[in-house]
Write a protein that binds this ligand. Structure first.
Ligand code: SF4
Length: 540
């Protein structure tokens, strides 16, 4: 009779709670005739074991003999389960078992059957308790120098720190090994801010679970032990409501008076928002030195020496260099509300500021939108304002679009346009909003096609609300009032803006808001399309 072929099931059972063991791991434990494991691990899965199973428990440092025994039992034709917490292939038993098999010239075709059953590793289970710290490139580094020289571990921490990986430190500390975590902190502080979020998770999903959110500077003020996993964020990681969050992307955008923030989901994959991408770097070397690829290659070359690295860098670092996250400053410039003429001095100042790395876009809204990588916006705005340019925020803000008042010949309405610019230009609102102001009934700059239109006529203002400025069913604004006294127009618009700001839904365009609320400051919305009659004469 043919001998029964033995089977080795190398089982990762996750963090330790039964809720987080995979179905395959449960079945593999059930299927095993022999279970081998470190005593603590056996205790963690004891509720899944049967009396007729042979249980072989060994101490923590006896992994090699455990692997040898597992192979021996399998070669006797038994189904042998070798259990590891977390994932058996991440600092677990899978590699050791294969090493023993390799020594015996095992082959998949003739030897015992081997199956590695994946489990949830500590980097994942601990991350889930901390929020979402591992949303970007991450690495695990074990600080145990029992089997790995400390010098190599230190170089790995250095490389991961410089290349801005999120780092999960396994085995950070034990009774005898206390200096490694201090040394790891010292190295990482050369590359990351002391405020970098750090999560300390002990016994994730077990009875004595503890979760601490701290930072790189203060992490050693807390208890760290054998059962702790330390997760250290990258340069863009932040803490929100006690949770550590690493954004999916790197670039942050901001405009005047606005917080730096990561790109909104719909902005992320646009080519202009990924200037560091390989195709961009290949086409234009300007971003090479700060690209993740460059940094990763540099870190790799330092581990390997310069051999094989495609970028030439010294093998020994002269000085540590922190990864600097790029921020894009976006704003708009205009020579004035009514003034449409830009001077050569202004253009030269703009060109110098935008340089090779920024962009300028002329828009149909009487302004140039500028985008430059910088962390010093005050310097830029200061230089531009010195030349007389108006510097404005972009995004969901109020823009004032005035006509040129017949090249400054019809100036009666101009002071009101300037006042509105002063009070409301750049005001943050639920969705970008334009106020068009035209100096006479010719309305040749199309005020009635803006979200809000003002037409100065016969010494007073006509008010138009709620144009739909784009789309196939675009329409002009509804004329809601004629002959508003100039002294009242600024206050009237202020009240309208206050209501829109307070009651508008995020991203709700003004025409939709007007339609929804039906009435603003006594001006009632009308559903029917309205034909706008504008006097076709230039004059008051
Ligand atoms: S014609 Fe009227 S609307 Fe056009 S620029 Fe002159 S004042 Fe402004």
């Amino acid at each position: 009779m043919e001998n029964k072929r033995g089977k080795l099931l190398i089982i990762g059972f996750g963090p330790g709670s039964f809720d987080h063991i995979t179905e395959r791991a449960r079945k593999a434990i059930e299927e095993s005739e022999v279970i081998l494991g470190y005593t603590t691990y056996v205790d963690l899965v004891r509720g899944l074991l049967r009396e007729d199973q042979q249980i072989v428990q060994t101490g923590m440092t006896e992994e090699v003999s455990r692997a040898q025994e597992a192979v021996r039992q399998a070669e006797l034709g038994k189904v042998v389960g070798v259990i590891s917490s977390g994932d058996a292939g991440v600092y677990g038993m899978a590699g050791l078992v294969y090493e023993v098999l390799m020594e015996k010239n095992w082959s998949e075709r003739d030897g015992v059957t081997v199956e590695v059953i994946p489990g949830i590793s500590a980097i994942n289970s601990c991350a889930s308790l901390l929020g979402a710290p591992v949303m970007h490139d991450a690495c695990t580094i074990s600080l145990s120098d029992h089997l790995t020289p400390w010098e190599l571990i230190a170089r790995r921490i250095e490389a991961a720190g410089e290349a801005d990986f999120v780092i999960a430190l396994y085995n950070p500390k034990s009774g005898r090994r206390t200096r490694q975590i201090e040394e790891a902190q010292r190295i990482l502080l050369q590359y990351r801010s002391p405020r970098t979020p750090v999560g300390l998770v002990k016994s994730a999903y077990r009875d004595r679970q503890s979760v601490i959110v701290t930072d790189l500077e203060h992490m050693l003020d807390h208890e760290i032990g054998m059962l702790t996993t330390v997760i250290i964020g990258n340069n863009s990681t932040s803490v929100y409501d006690g949770k550590i969050i690493t954004p999916r992307g790197y670039q942050r955008k901001y405009t005047l008076d606005a917080e730096k923030q990561t790109l909104a989901p719909h902005q992320r994959l646009r080519e202009e928002n990924e200037p560091w991408a390989l195709h961009t770097v290949g086409a234009d070397k300007k971003n090479e030195k700060s690209s993740p690829r460059f940094l990763a290659e540099e870190a790799l070359s330092r581990l390997q020496g310069t051999k094989g690295a495609s970028v030439s860098v010294p093998a020994v670092p002269a000085a540590p260099r922190a990864f600097v996250q790029e921020s894009i400053f976006e704003f708009a410039v205009s020579p004035g509300v009514a003034n449409k003429k830009i001077t050569s001095a202004q253009l030269i100042a703009l060109a110098e500021i935008v340089g090779e790395n920024g962009t300028m876009e002329y828009t149909p809204h009487h302004q140039i939108n500028v985008s430059v990588p910088t962390d010093c916006p005050e310097v830029i705005t200061g230089k531009l304002r010195e030349t007389g340019l108006i510097v404005l925020p972009v995004g969901d803000v109020v823009s004032i679009k005035a006509c040129d008042f017949c090249n400054g010949e019809k100036t009666d309405a101009m002071p009101y346009a300037e006042k509105l610019q002063e009070l409301m230009g750049g005001m943050s609102v639920p969705k970008e909003l334009k106020i068009g102001i035209n100096g006479c009934g010719m309305s040749c700059y199309g005020a009635v096609t803006e979200d809000i239109g003002l037409v100065y006529r016969k010494g007073k203002f006509d008010l138009f609300l709620g144009a739909k400025t784009t789309g196939r069913n675009a329409h002009v604004a509804q004329p809601v009032a004629e002959g508003i006294e100039p002294d009242e127009i600024v206050e009237t618009l202020e009240k309208i803006m206050r209501k829109y700001k307070a009651e508008g839904h995020p991203n709700e365009r003004f025409y939709k808001f007007f339609k929804r609320v039906k009435e603003i400051e006594g001006f009632r919305h009308e559903d029917a399309p309205v034909q706008v009659l504008v006097e076709a004469v230039c004059g008051d």
